[in-house]
Design a protein around this ligand. Structure first.
Ligand SMILES: CCCCCCCCCCCC(=O)SCCNC(=O)CCNC(=O)[C@H](O)C(C)(C)COP(=O)(O)OP(=O)(O)OC[C@H]1O[C@@H](n2cnc3c(N)ncnc32)[C@H](O)[C@@H]1OP(=O)(O)O
Ligand SMILES: Cc1cc2nc3c(=O)[nH]c(=O)nc-3n(C[C@H](O)[C@H](O)[C@H](O)COP(=O)(O)OP(=O)(O)OC[C@H]3O[C@@H](n4cnc5c(N)ncnc54)[C@H](O)[C@@H]3O)c2cc1C
Length: 634
């Protein structure tokens, strides 16, 4: 007789009479039905392999054992890659991210940088000959690379990197050196024990002149023994400049000095999708748990309610739920821009490069910071159980907050966006933001609180805050302040303007996607509710920006607040159905709080039982330390 599949009765009730086709949303998020089939096939292929399962929870292993275990599984995955039914590229993309990849490699993938930065750097910066020499070797894993840019003393300010690459015309070699302790490469993933090659960013010196940071291919370790090459700590020999700018000793300036930053732009684009996947996991865990968890008393004398029935809990979880759609659709738009810009750049057309830089900085900073805040809210919404390591919230939070720092610390990226916006506004120049900055709303500034009306408010705020920042810069200039001082003294205004611009891009992407998308009526209804909830939520959170730049009134705000709480109530019945549409397997969620069947308490108990401390009633430390203390009559 088939074993009755347990399903928590509350979750079962939540799933009854779903008014929309969950699979339609799954296909939307995967990029089509075929992609969903491919993803599920790949998940089965990977997650069914017993060798990829953890014998003991990773949190109970030593640092070295964690590394060894993750490396074992990462290497096994690479072997499986060759026979993957989904093909190598989709498999790699799935294995590098926060979805399938982190289901297997919970502490991180020791080979991630090889695929996420090392190979993209070769592809984006290497000459044809260099690619012919190294790409095949890299794809065949005959070398393991990393991207070594950050130093002990510098991560943000690339023009301040101290690693030097001096070209010797006599030997036609580059001598790489770390002239000081602060020049030591620090942070690059895999650099410590895994990689035997690195793309090293160093200041290029030729004929006594510094030509700025450039990428160099450097062998770090012997390919057979894996021993560090001689002098690897202070001196690297035989590096090769990965670029086509040195012709027989003469430096040929690139068309744009920032093309050497291209790998970072690629990762910023990818990070937007990756933090969204992590946010989707957190929202799924918290939403299912909030429909299983019954606590306190809503109606005196009644049974304890599902905590999801508290408006306060809906206010915690439904904006992040809406954000997962908003960020996914914006990341899709950015990915399309990236491909267009890159194809143009390959033809020598750099016109979209500033827009790509501006938008990739904006979206990476916005999605990572908002996702980090939302993941923490999801964790808190699960009370004490959300604090447990096995809830998976600590790991998800660690991964998302890292993205606020790596690939460009967010504040620094906001200021890059502001620089781009001020320049675009002043020059009324072309490019993507012209749609937002020059296409500003003419006519009366009266506010209508329809979806279109609210989007117009976002545009007014995006344009208005740039103008406020420019006014601050001009005021400082009139006082005789030097441009760099004026810029520093306007930082608060500049960052607000950059953030408003990023939010406008996300809001417009969400609204436009719903307009363009071929959606069934029930799916359109629920996604439109989520869209309206999200754009009102952000407006209420940042109402100061809107007061500053439009005729928003107290009445408008009160009306929007009412609309907001009505939408919470309207969406509440579909919360579980919406997170089910993400189609995240229990192994990917990796949390007893978020499992599909809602069997939370039994799974929590089973997880606790795995602790080494629970393998005996009395731990040996009692006899060593506690018992002597108890007897010591202090
Ligand atoms: C799947 C798993 C995922 C998840 C797995 C992900 C794993 C990843 C692990 C993390 C890996 C890393 O962190 S790798 C290390 C990442 N590090 C960084 O991102 C460093 C951040 N710092 C920088 O990018 C740079 O220092 C800047 C942009 C902040 C400043 O550069 P700068 O050279 O001083 O330039 P600056 O004077 O500000 O600006 C001069 C002009 O250049 C332009 N400009 C500046 N940068 C760029 C650019 N990238 N592209 C185009 N244009 C640019 C400016 O707009 C400006 O134009 P105009 O105004 O003159 O027209
Ligand atoms: C998990 C993780 C993985 C990483 N992997 C890699 C890797 O594989 N390869 C690699 O090369 N690097 C890697 N890094 C390093 C990462 O790229 C840097 O830490 C990041 O670029 C930030 O630089 P920083 O550490 O110098 O911070 P800093 O710039 O020193 O930041 C310190 C403070 O100074 C502020 N600040 C700095 N400049 C300005 C400014 N102009 N205006 C206003 N405020 C400013 C910042 O906002 C911040 O508040 C990784 C980092 C992490 C956390």
């Amino acid at each position: 007789m088939s074993k009755e599949i347990y399903e928590n009765p509350d979750l079962k009730k939540e799933r009854q009479n779903c008014p929309f086709n969950k699979e339609e949303i799954t296909h939307l998020l995967d990029g089509g039905k075929e992609k969903t089939i491919e993803r599920k096939q790949l998940e089965n292929y990977i997650l069914s392999d017993e060798q990829l399962k953890d014998a003991v929870p990773m949190e109970y292993l030593s640092h070295a054992d964690k590394y060894a275990e993750e490396l074992r599984k990462a290497c096994l995955l690479m072997h499986k890659l060759a026979d993957s039914p989904a093909g190598q590229v989709p498999t790699l993309r799935a294995l590098m991210g926060a979805g399938l990849g982190s289901a297997v490699l919970k502490e991180g993938n020791p080979l991630a940088l090889h695929y996420v930065m090392f190979i993209p750097a070769l592809m984006g910066q290497g000459t044809i000959d260099q690619q012919a020499k190294w790409l095949e070797k890299a794809y065949n894993l005959n070398m393991i690379g990393t991207y070594a840019q950050t130093e002990l003393g510098h991560g943000t300010f690339l023009r301040g990197l101290e690693t030097r690459a001096t070209y010797d015309p006599k030997t036609q070699e580059f001598i790489l050196e770390s002239p000081s302790l602060t020049a030591y490469k620090w942070w690059p993933g895999s650099l410590g024990k895994t990689a035997n090659y690195a793309v090293v960013m160093a200041q290029l010196y030729t004929k006594g002149k510094c030509e700025g940071t450039h990428p160099f291919m450097v062998q770090l370790r012997d390919e057979e023994t894996h021993e560090p090459l001689p002098g690897i700590v202070n001196m690297w020999l035989n590096p090769v400049c990965i670029s086509s700018y040195i012709h027989y000793g003469t430096y040929v300036k690139p068309t744009n000095s920032k093309l050497s930053y291209a790998t970072m732009v690629f990762v910023r684009v990818v990070v937007c999708q990756d933090v969204t996947t992590n946010l989707r996991k957190a929202v799924t865990i918290a939403t299912r748990y909030s429909c299983v968890r019954r606590q306190s008393e809503l109606k005196p004398g009644d049974r304890e309610p599902q905590v999801m029935d508290y408006q306060a809990q809906q206010n915690k979880l439904l904006p992040p739920l809406a954000a997962t759609f908003a960020f996914q659709l914006a990341a899709d738009h950015l990915w399309n821009l990236y491909h267009t810009a890159n194809n143009n750049i390959e033809q020598g057309d750099l016109e979209l490069l500033p827009d790509l830089h501006g938008l990739s900085c904006a979206l990476k900073a916005l999605c990572s910071s908002e996702a980090a805040n939302f993941v923490e809210v999801c964790r808190q919404s699960c009370g004490g159980h959300g604090y447990m390591s096995c809830s998976n919230f600590p790991r998800i939070y660690g991964q998302v907050t890292a993205a606020e720092t790596y690939e460009g610390e967010n504040t620094v990226l906001w200021l890059q966006v502001a620089r781009y916006l001020v320049k675009t506004r002043k020059e009324q120049s072309g490019g993507l933001s012209v749609k937002y900055l020059i296409g500003e709303e003419k006519g009366p500034k009266t506010v209508d609180t329809t979806l279109e009306g609210i989007v117009k408010l976002y545009r007014r705020a995006a344009v208005g805050l740039v103008d406020v920042a420019i006014a601050e810069l001009d005021k400082s200039g009139r006082k005789g302040e030097a441009p760099h001082d004026a810029w520093n003294h306007a930082a608060v205004y500049l960052i607000k303007a950059a953030q408003a611009h990023a939010r406008l891009f996300v809001v417009e992407s969400f609204v436009d996607s719903l307009k363009e998308g071929k959606l069934s009526a029930p799916v359109r209804t629920v996604l439109s509710q989520l869209c309206e909830l999200f754009i009102i939520y952000w407006l209420l959170e940042r109402s100061g920006d809107f007061f500053l730049c439009s005729n928003l009134t107290k009445q408008d705000l009160l009306l929007l607040n009412s609309k907001y709480v009505e939408l919470l109530a309207a969406i509440r019945p579909q919360a579980v159905n919406l997170v089910d549409s993400f189609d995240l397997r229990d192994e990917v969620l990796n949390s007893p709080l978020g499992c599909w069947d809602g069997n939370v308490y039994q799974r929590l108990f089973d997880e606790a039982a795995k602790s080494p401390l629970n393998q005996s009633n009395v731990h040996e430390s009692f006899h060593k330390y506690l018992k002597p203390l108890l007897k010591s009559n202090l």
